[in-house]
Design a protein around this ligand. Sequence first.
Ligand code: SF4
Length: 404
Amino acid sequence: MEKIMLVPKGTEQFRCIGAACEDHCCNTWRVDIDRVGFMKVSTSSNPVIKPLAKKAYKINSKATSDVNYGSMKMNDKNECHFLDENKWCQIHKELGESALCNTCSIYPRIYRKIGNVIEKSLTFSCPEVVRTLLLQQEGLSFEEAYPQANELIQSKATLSGIPEELMWKVRIFAITLLQERGLSLDTRILLLGIFSDLLSKEPLTEQSVENVISLMNQRLAHSQYVQAIEEVKGNELVQIQLHKELLRTTVEELSFNVRYVEVVNQFIVGLQTGPLEDKVVTETTLQKYMASQKIYQQFNETHSYILENYVVHYVFTNVFPYNSQTPLQAFGDIAVNYQLIKALLIGMAAHNGKVTVDDAVLVIQSYTKAVAHNNKSYKTLRQKIKESNMESLAFLFAYIKTNG
Ligand code: SF4
C-alpha cells in the first residue's frame, strides 16, 4: 500500500531562494555529516571540491553513530566553505544533489512517522518558509501528498505508547480551537491552556480525553464563559520582568545569531529597559510597553493570522501536547514561544513606531533559528521556564494576555 504523507498547505510549494536569501542557512550552524555523505565528498577527486573538503570536513572523534560520523567546519566568516560567490552550493553544482549530506539535503524539512502516516513540515529558521507558510491569510490547512522514496527513509517514528487516534482527537480539537476567529488569538491561546490543564489531570485514555473535549465544548457553548476569558487582563509588569529574564537567557548565554541579537536590541532600546539582567522595571519602560502594546494590537487586528498559523503549525509539528511531560508543560512551551515573539514585536513597535509583516517574518525566523531550533538554547530556556514557576494557569494567563 502506498504511504500517505500529511503536510501543511504550502509545504510542497516551498522553494529555496538561494542567493536572494537574507539569512542563508549555510552559516553558523554546526553541521553533522553522515558517513555516506562524508565519504562521497571527502574522497572526491573533483578539483573544486577536493581542496574545500580538506578544509571543511572533519571526522567527529565523539561520533555516536553513522549519523554524526563527521562535521563541517565553517570559514572565517562563519559561512560554509562550499558556497560560491553567488551563494550557491558547490557540492550540489559539481557532484549533484545525491552527494549532499543528510543534514543539507533535508533542511528545512522535518519528517515524522506516526502510525502509517508520514508527517512533513518545515522549520521557521528559514525566512522563506515563514513567508510561504505563515502569510496565508485564509489560515493553515493540511493536505495529503505522496512521499518520494528518499522521504520515506528520512521519516523517523515518533510517539511510542500514545494511541494515534487519541493523539489525533486532541490535535484536531486544539487546531480547530486555535482557528476559531470569532475570538481574539490571546483568548484562543488561553482556552488552549485550560484544555491542556484539564488533560493533565486525567489519565491518558480515550474515555477521559473524550470527556475533556466534551467538557470544553460545553464551556465554549456558553457565551458568558467565553466572555469571561476574553476579559482576562494581562499583567504588564509580570510580562516585562519575564521577557527580560527569558530574553537575557537567549541572548547572553546562547545566541550567536546577529539578526536575532539586533531584534532583541530593538526591544531594549525601544522600551528603554536597561540591561536585561537588571530586574528593575522603571515607570518609563512600563508606560512605553503599554503604549507599544496598542501599536502591536493595531497590527494584530489585521494580521493575527500570522501568529495563528505559527501556533497551529507548532501544534502539528511538535505533536502537541504529547511532546512534553504533561500537556500543561507542553502548553507552557507554546505560551513562551508565542509570548517572546509578541514581546519582540512590541519592542519593535516601541523602537520604530510601527509593526510590519517584514518585522513579523524577521522576528519569527531569527527567534526560531537562535532559540527554538537550537537544542542547547531551548533546553536552557525550558529550565528558566521551570524556575519561573510557570506551571500555574493563573500565572500563565497574566503572562499571556496583551491589553490595549
Ligand atoms: S534559509 Fe531557506 S531560503 Fe535561505 S538558503 Fe537556506 S533553505 Fe534557502
